[in-house]
Ligand binder design. Structure first.
Ligand SMILES: *Cc1c(COP(=O)(O)O)cnc(C)c1O
Length: 385
């Protein structure tokens, strides 16, 4: 059995999305800037995708900019605000559990004269609103806090953060790459000024994303060239990818409640199955304010890499809280930020579901995991049987 449970890393392109994209590789290959019919048809397809995103987020069409993905959107938003508001101030507030696209951008800005406050989070991964408000100074130009965390699935109090930002007249950007499609988002109601999302986390392809920029917010153009994306990010549009992103977003919002409830039920079955059957295991992240598809568990006396290899041998594809595979022995900054000691953080496992996950797969993972954890513990000198 092959079980893909790493949907926070990337998702498969759904058949419906691929079908929607196909014509734009073949018969509908026009350049949206061309005046003849073929070009105008492509332009219309891009417009339709933009409308779908705008409707889903509660903003206007001309507030959506297509980018190459979540990382580009995060970079553009943060560096853009930093540059455009440098005469007003040099202070940025973010959290310790952001994606590296945000953290490394902030670190880059720190080397260039900006001050960055990295807010702590509690044991469940939530930022503290009082600490956030206390951190704001008259030099603060940007708050960038993620909508939902990619490792532990915790959903942040976005509306409340938006209110605080608005009250202090500070721009609020949120990385909603994991939330988009899984959580209902209304940028107006939540006072979000800028929002990043990405296609490949919601069954569209890799290399396409979007940045919502509220009208009135001025940031420098990202790419100079033609008039695409209202001149702010030039370059001939990736029409098939944009069409796919629009379709994926539409599908995610069609039957939203039913789809997310189905995934949530499987998530809870997986969590319960693991915690009931495996001793010395604990759920990371928030119990209820949690992405419907995220399971993150730490197992004491276990090393995450070993766990992943044995799971892989059983056909289960998942991810761990240590970054050994990427050449670093440091445990995840997110797990450290919620207060896990190094050795426990190393023994954590992330399983992320999708609408294609089945009950059989969940039960298979519970069964295999039980045996694997037992086997690894039997080999561990630290574990007292
Ligand atoms: C995946 C991810 C990103 C990066 O998106 P890409 O499209 O891969 O560049 C940014 N933030 C979060 C929270 C993510 O999960």
């Amino acid at each position: 059995m092959k079980v893909y449970m790493d949907n926070a890393a990337t998702t498969k392109v759904s058949d419906e999305v691929l079908d929607a994209m196909m014509p734009y590789f073949k018969s509908e290959y026009g350049n949206p800037s061309s005046v003849y019919q073929l070009g105008q048809d492509a332009k219309k397809a891009v417009k339709t995708a933009r409308e779908i995103l705008a409707n889903g987020l509660g903003c206007k069409e001309d507030e959506i900019y297509f980018t190459s993905g979540g990382s580009e959107s995060d970079n553009w938003a943060i560096k853009g605000v930093a540059e455009s508001l440098k005469s007003k101030g040099n202070h940025i507030i973010t959290s310790k559990i952001e994606h590296h696209a945000v953290l490394h951008t902030c670190e880059y800005l720190e080397k260039n004269g900006y001050d960055v406050t990295y807010l702590d989070v509690d044991e469940y991964g939530k930022v503290n609103l009082e600490q956030l408000e206390d951190a704001i100074t008259d030099k603060t130009i940007l708050i960038t806090i993620m909508f939902a965390n990619n490792e532990i699935g915790t959903i942040e109090p976005i509306k409340e953060i938006g209110e605080i930002a608005k009250k202090h007249n500070v721009i609020f950007h949120t990385d909603a790459v994991q939330a988009a499609g899984n959580v209902k988002i209304d940028v107006k109601e939540m006072n979000i000024d800028m929002l990043s999302l990405s296609g490949h986390k919601m069954h569209a392809q890799k290399g396409i994303g979007a940045l919502y920029i509220r009208k009135g917010i001025r940031i420098p153009n990202l790419i100079f060239g033609g008039a695409q994306e209202r001149g702010r990010r030039a370059g001939t549009e990736n029409v098939p990818a944009i069409v796919g992103l629009g379709k994926a977003f539409e599908i995610a919002h069609r039957d939203f409640e039913k789809r997310t409830e189905k995934i949530r039920t499987l998530r809870d079955r997986l969590i319960k199955g693991i915690l009931d059957n495996i001793p010395n295991a604990r759920l990371n992240g928030h119990k209820t304010d949690r992405l419907c598809n995220n399971v993150n568990i730490c197992f004491e006396f276990i090393e995450g890499e070993g766990l992943l290899l044995l799971l892989d041998a059983m056909g289960v594809q998942a991810s761990s809280g240590s970054a050994c595979t990427s050449g670093s022995l440091d445990p995840s900054h997110v797990l450290l930020a919620i207060g896990l000691p190094h050795e426990i953080a190393h023994g954590s496992l992330r399983l992320t579901l999708s609408e294609y996950t089945t009950e059989e797969e969940v039960d298979y993972v519970i069964e295999k995991l039980q045996a694997i954890v037992q086997r690894l513990r039997d080999m561990s000198p630290l574990y007292n049987r």
